[in-house]
Write a protein that binds this ligand. Structure first.
Ligand code: AMP
Length: 416
């Protein structure tokens, strides 16, 4: 699998010229600055997102430069089985974050990785961790914290693939599923514990999560964990860990709160930044103007009946709206799945799997439920409801156009 990345830095989209829309977007978005979105009947009015600021009708980049890795996987001092597993997974060359972070992680340094999802950061921390496990007798020794159940699950799945044949065990500790089983699993002393902060704290307080032998801590998508209000839990958990440890910290953004966390919990860290505009550079973006909600639904149905729309992730604002839209699509003969906070863990996993396995071509999601998900080959992202912030917009459209593929994003706006 070729893993192409854009090697240029900079924040996505900002200051870019605005492109027109290809479909029903009359008059361009440029004049629609300021003000609020129409409606105003439900809850506090949200900021109006001016499409002119973020829509970039991206053209496939002729000048795209694949990242030139300075290492080959073979250069990393991993055992034969781990090298074999990397190869079986289809990885040929290290991505930028892997190329730059793995040598420092192997050296035992604390690392701050500024990287978005889709950059290969999971393998960047998992591979050196797996390699180190072979010499470790005190277990568990690695704690990996992630903001959402789905992301934690994905990390666990990658761990299992990369550690195949190595006799290593992990336990997934997330909310929404039976805790007794997790307690039983933890008693079997896995090498690696992967979880979300709330459930980890719960287990710590019950005395079943032993942190005293931990040598390594990974905080994945730290900015998102803070956004979700996990800071107190994270602090409480880290305070129970030995001070002598290696801490690997991944975040797409650095805010003052993030810096404070880094200062408190990392020791003399090395920063590796691969934050690039790769997501939006690969994504052709349009706005689609609709008269009202009913019109949005009609336009959406037309699109989804087109063959090119073969794997479509639709974002809605509320749990109810997302479920309603998904039910409606089912009713008109477009099978879809939905993920949002009103679904329990196994329902979310089932929905995600149906989408990943191409059993439904549409997944409707809220922002929170879709955070950090790695779903290969999403052809289109559709913002059925406009995102709350530019950052959300960037995160949403980053679900398509991954790993060098071309993606499409459409954002509906209601004519005011
Ligand atoms: P991540 O940012 O860790 O969520 O990874 C994004 C996607 O890229 C996942 O599907 C990975 O399996 C894939 N990936 C990561 N590293 C590589 C690599 N070196 N070569 C090919 N694919 C990769």
């Amino acid at each position: 699998m070729a893993f192409q990345q854009n090697s240029r830095g900079g924040r996505p989209n900002q200051g870019r010229p605005q492109g027109g829309a290809s479909r029903g977007f009359s008059g361009g978005g440029g004049g629609r600055s300021g003000g609020r979105r129409g409606g105003g009947s439900r809850g506090p009015a949200k900021k109006y997102i001016n499409p002119a600021k973020f829509i970039n009708k991206a053209i496939a980049k002729a000048d795209e430069i694949p990242y030139a890795a300075t290492h080959k996987f073979a250069d990393f001092p991993f055992g034969a089985q781990l090298h074999h597993n990397i190869e079986s997974k289809g990885y040929e060359t290290p991505s930028a974050i892997q190329d730059q972070a793995i040598p420092h992680i192997i050296d035992g340094k604390d690392v701050i990785g500024l990287a978005n999802t889709g950059t290969g950061k999971t393998a960047a921390f998992l591979l050196p961790i797996i390699e180190r496990q072979s010499g470790i007798t005190l277990r568990p020794s690695v704690l990996i914290m992630a903001p959402t159940r789905e992301l934690a699950q994905q990390i666990d799945e990658e761990f299992r693939v990369f550690s195949r044949g190595l006799d290593l065990y992990s336990t997934l500790v997330v909310g929404g599923v039976n805790i007794d089983r997790q307690i039983r699993d933890l008693k079997r002393r896995p090498h690696v514990i992967i979880g979300t902060p709330g459930r980890l704290k719960d287990l710590m307080q019950r005395g079943v999560l032993q942190l005293k032998n931990m040598t390594t801590l990974v905080l994945d998508e730290a900015d998102r964990m803070l956004d979700m209000g996990f800071l107190p839990d994270i602090r409480q958990i880290i305070n129970e860990m030995p001070r002598e440890r290696q801490t690997l910290f991944f975040s797409a953004t650095i805010t003052p709160e993030i810096s404070a966390l880094v200062n408190d919990f990392l020791h003399d860290p090395i920063t590796v930044s691969v934050r690039t505009s790769e997501t939006s550079e690969h994504v052709e973006q349009d706005v689609i103007e609709a008269r009202d909600k009913q019109h949005k639904i009609e336009l959406l149905e037309d699109m989804l009946k087109t063959a090119a729309y073969d794997k479509v992730l639709i974002f809605g604002e509320t749990k109810f709206g997302v479920q309603r839209l998904s039910d409606h699509l089912d009713n008109v003969g477009i099978p879809s799945a939905a993920i949002h906070g009103n679904k329990n863990q196994s329902q979310r996993q089932r929905a995600l799997k149906q989408f990943k396995d191409n059993r439904v071509k549409v997944l409707v999601a809220t922002d929170v439920a879709a955070r950090g998900l790695d779903i290969p080959n999403v052809s289109h992202v559709i913002n059925f409801d406009t995102p709350q912030t530019y950052e959300d917009y960037t995160h949403r459209i980053g679900r398509t156009g991954r790993g060098g593929a071309r993606g499409h994003a459409h954002t509906f706006i209601e004519r005011r």
